[in-house]
Design a protein around this ligand. Structure first.
Ligand code: SF4
Length: 431
């Protein structure tokens, strides 16, 4: 979203090493996490590849928010029915994540109705993390007190930048003061965990300007920072935007904006900005627990750790992806088909269109290694599950992309800072 969001008491987040299963050991498992995709924003940022409907579809008399709310509740019930049949006595969810889009555009009552149904049908564990993504603008960030009452424990704010020129260039509606107000309101409502998303490698953004954004984020008292390089992909060219695709077609205006922005991106500046994030956030007490994510102790995103540890998760909403340990499933992105299926012929809701793929053992093993290497905990290179790394280990160590840590009895390898910058070179060899 909003870039790509707690009340104590809660279990401490852990970044214990990702489980590396030997090939062939995969099994279908009940979800430990749930993602809900809310596909509405006030306006469309030109770099955005998320499933988003904006403008009149998001607000006003022709808005489709009401129909979507009914549909999402219907999908939650259908997904819960299927899980009840497969896993009659499953454990309650460890994390819930409302992402988008801008979920806080929805009325507080709609958000509460989602979480009430999730609690009733899936269960939410004591001390679970319940995150909501929000945009910082006054008319987009929702009411923090209502979110806290609904059960939200963490807010992820799509700040992206603080500089007015940068915000305008990115097509963002908010001002720096809105980010500060959003953090204050969340804290005042008892939501102690607030994350801020920042972008680097943005056209016209100096290394110093990104450093200022890092400093302003830290000064706000947030406990988590995500910093992503601006990526300008072309989902149409990648074949992701067909009828059952998980992306929406790129608008002509966004296509023109991206063509211009790509010309102003600069790998060397991006590397300098990333190194600045590593240095400044470490100095402020944040741990870079994942390539693009930094947290104060115990404040890692437990939901995103589920993805990186390759644990099973359920997902609902247009374009949302789920994984049960063997099969990856996605809903089609298009809202019309989503609403039609869940309104149901004759009033009987059906699951929405989409697709699925079974992840073969070889792919699963490579994915597990890559995901483990994204985390600062790395992996044990001697474990059978690390086999996909074996042919590349010596090269990666010699190249300074990986380093050995741990003890002879418990060896580990993990990415160096240089390895984080060049991780794609290693990952492309492993897959
Ligand atoms: S705020 Fe912008 S980047 Fe975030 S989901 Fe909405 S349109 Fe996309």
């Amino acid at each position: 979203m909003a870039g790509r969001c707690w009340t104590p008491p809660r279990a401490e987040a852990t970044t214990s090493p990702a489980p590396l299963s030997p090939p062939g050991a995969a099994a279908t498992l009940p979800p430990v996490a749930l993602y809900l995709h809310v596909p509405f924003c006030v306006s469309l940022c030109p770099y955005c590849d998320f499933v988003v409907y904006a403008g009149a579809e998001a607000r006003g008399p022709r808005s489709r928010v009401g129909a979507f709310t009914d549909a999402l509740l219907a999908e939650l019930s259908l997904r819960a029915d299927a899980l009840d049949a497969a896993f009659p006595s499953r454990a309650p969810l460890e994390t819930v994540y409302l992402g988008g889009g801008t979920p806080t555009l929805l009325p507080s009552a709609a958000i509460a109705s989602f979480l009430d149904l999730v609690r009733a049908r899936f269960g939410i564990a004591e001390g679970a993390e319940v995150t909501i993504e929000a945009n910082p603008g006054a008319d987009e960030r929702g009411t923090a007190a209502d979110l806290a009452v609904a059960g939200v424990t963490r807010v992820s704010l799509g700040a992206q930048a603080f500089d007015p020129g940068q915000l305008r260039r990115l097509g963002r509606r908010h001002r720096a003061a809105d980010v500060a107000a959003a953090v204050r309101e969340a804290h005042a409502a008892g939501i102690r965990s607030v994350s801020v998303d920042l972008l680097y490698d943005v056209p016209g953004q100096s290394v110093e300007a990104f450093g200022d954004a890092l400093a302003q984020a830290v000064d706000l008292g947030v406990d988590h920072v995500s910093a992503y390089a601006l990526t300008l992909d072309d989902p149409d060219a990648e074949g992701l935007t067909g009828e059952d695709g998980d992306h929406l077609p790129t608008t002509p205006g966004a296509r023109r904006w991206r063509a211009g922005a790509i010309r102003e991106q600069d790998e060397e500046r991006a590397a300098a900005q990333y190194l600045l994030a590593v240095e400044r956030l470490a100095a402020a007490g944040f741990r870079g627990y994942e390539i693009s994510n930094w947290a104060l102790p115990g404040r890692e995103s437990r939901h995103n750790l589920v993805y990186w540890q390759r644990r099973p998760y359920e997902a609902v909403g247009p374009g949302a992806h789920a994984f049960d340990g063997v099969v990856r499933r996605w809903n089609a992105a298009r809202l019309d088909g989503y609403l039609r299926a869940l309104a149901g012929p004759g009033g009987t809701p059906r699951l929405p269109p989409g697709g699925s793929e079974t992840v073969d053992a070889e792919t699963a093993a490579a994915e597990a290694v890559i995901l483990a290497l994204r985390l600062d905990t790395g992996l044990d290179p001697d474990r059978p599950g690390a086999a996909p790394l074996g042919p590349h280990l010596a090269w990666a160590l010699d190249s300074g992309l990986l380093e050995r840590t741990g003890t002879p009895d418990a060896p580990r390898v993990h990415l160096t800072t240089r390895g984080r910058l060049l991780s794609n070179e290693l990952f492309s060899r492993i897959v």
